[in-house]
Design a protein around this ligand. Structure first.
Ligand code: F6R
Length: 610
């Protein structure tokens, strides 16, 4: 969702191909239009187009564009439809100033009225355009000062990067809640909303803090903080996860990432389990071990798939660590009065580490004075930096919009965390040993579950007619039902709801008829008997049932219209295994409907606005 990339290099360097390649590295975030501004004369050159980066490339083919300073943006429409005039960069009344923006300017309507009354003419429907006009209005020969004056008038979240025709070689940037980092090279400075996007050019980056104003020129940069004090923010080395070979021979990233799960999970587990001692080791938590042993309650936050992992994690922590644990949607956290006692803690789950709702929840937790922890995939991301301590997934980049391998890793790491917290309390060593042995066997079991892919495809084709369906499960399988429904909605556009099976009689049963399938997760666990009863009540109403069951469960197989099997395991690990056929089901359903499963409509990989 929205990406920023900028470069200022020494004169006679043509940064145009460099910028085009840089903005491509932010494509994974999802966007609907893209543009850039170059500085090389009394006016700036602005190029914008709707669609992907290839459309932007086509828009410039035939032009000779050369510049040593430029700013790029990919836009995910929030204020105003995807159209050329709403695409960034935005300018003021003329093209002396250009600005790109990630985030949301909440008071843009009021600012627009004031600026219009002062004679400014607006050409787009975006909130961002007010910033270009503010820069124009406040400019007295120094872009950084104009930016300072502008951000004092803005409410909301922002990462802003601007150039002006009047200051050759200069890029000015500022942020609040939305990440921005400067990349350092001997004869250039880069700026990007995602530090990893600069990694092919430099590993040395400086992360901006809220309200910093950074002035970049080709061989230096200066950062002035909110109190107008010049700061030497330390540079950091970007830790790069090894890029997985793209697609790995699969037709889509989503299928590649689903099939990558045994290897990805092994990477998550590596070095963290000492099974024969019943011990879990998380290097990233070492500094807060003492505080962890004193925690009395934990709030687990996340969005979408990460929230579904949080629901399972809260159950693990209650069951194995004996703590009170509650999963809360990150976007709902501010409305909740979860505990803020001295021994309360928050755990944020996020693949990207950039999700704005999750970031704001963590800030809320910090305001309440509680310990904040994270389970994050993206190394060095905003959430990884904001939390007091955390655990990395180490599963490599997840680039398909629908989250798959992150979920499996998040749930498994939550199980390990629960065992770890449990061992600090009452969980006995032999139980922990047995559980950890089972965790170590998971990657192989996932491989077995993946071997059902062709059968899952056949089932998806058999039910290709469906418009709407239910996913049901109980206990640990209830969040998996939610996740199965979310995956199906995202990549096949079929309407799907996840329910606790115990709720069927309380309403959803009314939906059931012979055109309304239910996907029932009915593995051999302590809830199986009740799941059988649920399947029977659906069948009694002629509802088609697809069962996710263990092998050789003839009772379930005889009741269901189609059965997909997953290997049997300890009950607490079954959600990892049942998630696999549901991912495959969504994938094959989406493919059979001709949907771009890697980039479903209206969705972005990184949701960096509220
Ligand atoms: C679903 C999906 C989203 C994300 C959610 C949180 O397939 O990808 O629901 O899980 O936007 O994203 P992260 O984990 O990056 O915070």
């Amino acid at each position: 969702m929205c990406g920023i990339y900028g470069i200022t290099a020494v004169p006679n360097t043509n940064i145009v191909p460099w910028g085009m390649a840089g903005i491509r590295r932010l494509e994974y975030r999802g966007y609907d239009s893209a543009g850039f501004a170059l500085q090389n004369s009394a006016e700036l050159t602005i190029i914008r187009s709707v669609g992907d980066i290839n459309a932007l490339r086509d828009a410039v083919s035939g032009h000779t564009l050369v510049s040593s300073v430029g700013i790029w943006h990919t836009r995910w429409a929030t204020h105003g439809a995807p159209s050329e005039r709403n695409t960034h960069p935005h300018t003021g009344c003329d093209t002396r100033f250009a600005v790109v923006h990630n985030g949301t300017i909440e008071n843009h309507d009021a600012l627009r009225r004031v600026l219009t009354a002062a004679g400014h003419r607006f050409t787009s429907e975006t909130d961002t355009e007010v910033v270009a006009h503010l820069l124009e209005m406040e400019y007295r020969g120094n872009l950084a000062e104009a930016m300072r004056a502008a951000i004092h008038q803005i409410e909301g979240t922002f990462a802003l990067v601007a150039i002006t025709a009047d200051e050759p070689g200069v890029i000015v940037a500022s942020r609040r809640s939305s990440p921005l980092a400067i990349g350092i090279l001997p004869d250039a400075r880069l700026i990007a909303s995602d530090a990893a996007a600069m990694a092919i050019h430099t590993r040395e980056v400086v992360h901006l803090e809220d309200y910093d104003i950074a002035t970049l020129s080709p061989t230096s940069h200066m950062i002035v903080d909110a109190g107008a004090v010049t700061r030497m923010r330390p540079s950091q080395a970007i830790e790069l996860e090894a890029e997985s070979a793209e697609f790995g021979g699969f037709p889509h990233r989503m299928l590649f990432e689903i099939n990558e799960q045994p290897a990805a999970l092994s990477n998550s587990l590596r070095g963290r389990i000492i099974a024969r001692e019943g011990h879990v080791r998380f290097g990233g938590l070492a500094a807060v071990e003492k505080q962890l042993s004193a925690i009395e309650d934990l709030t687990v936050v996340g969005c979408g798939t990460a929230y579904h992992a949080a629901l399972i994690g809260a159950m693990y922590i209650e069951a194995y660590a004996g703590l009170s644990a509650t999963a809360v949607l990150a976007s709902e956290y501010e409305y909740r009065r979860t505990s803020s006692r001295r021994n309360s803690a928050m755990l944020a789950i996020s693949q990207s580490g950039e999700t704005m709702d999750t970031l704001l929840a963590i800030k809320g937790g910090k305001d309440r004075g509680i310990l904040t922890l994270g389970i994050v995939n993206r190394v060095g991301s905003a959430i990884a930096r904001l939390t007091d301590a955390g655990i990395y997934n180490h599963i490599g980049p997840e680039t398909s919009v629908a989250s798959t391998k992150a979920f499996v890793s998040q749930v498994t790491l939550l199980a390990l965390l629960a065992i770890h917290l449990g061992r600090q309390r009452d969980l006995i060593r032999t139980d922990a040993e047995r559980m950890l042995e089972a965790v170590l066997r998971l990657p192989d079991k996932i491989t077995t579950a993946l071997a059902q892919s062709d059968h899952v495809r056949a089932v998806a084709e058999q039910f290709g007619w469906m418009q709407s369906c239910l996913f049901i499960g109980r206990g640990y399988q209830y969040p998996v039902a939610l996740e199965g429904a979310l995956k199906l909605k995202e990549v096949s556009y079929a309407h799907a709801e996840g329910y606790s099976a115990g709720e069927m009689k309380h309403g959803p049963l009314a939906l059931v008829d012979d055109r309304f399938p239910t996907i029932a997760i009915a593995v051999r666990d302590s809830r199986r008997k009740k799941m059988v009863a649920n399947i029977q009540e659906i069948k009694a109403r002629r509802g088609p049932v697809i069962a996710i069951a263990n092998p050789d469960d003839s009772e379930i197989a005889s009741l269901a219209d189609a059965t997909i099997t997953v290997p049997e395991d300890d009950e607490f690990l079954m959600p990892v295994l049942t998630a696999i056929p549901l991912q495959l089901f969504a994938y094959w359903m989406g493919v059979s409907r001709g949907i771009n499963v890697d980039k479903p409509r209206n969705l972005a990989k990184s949701v960096t606005t509220e």
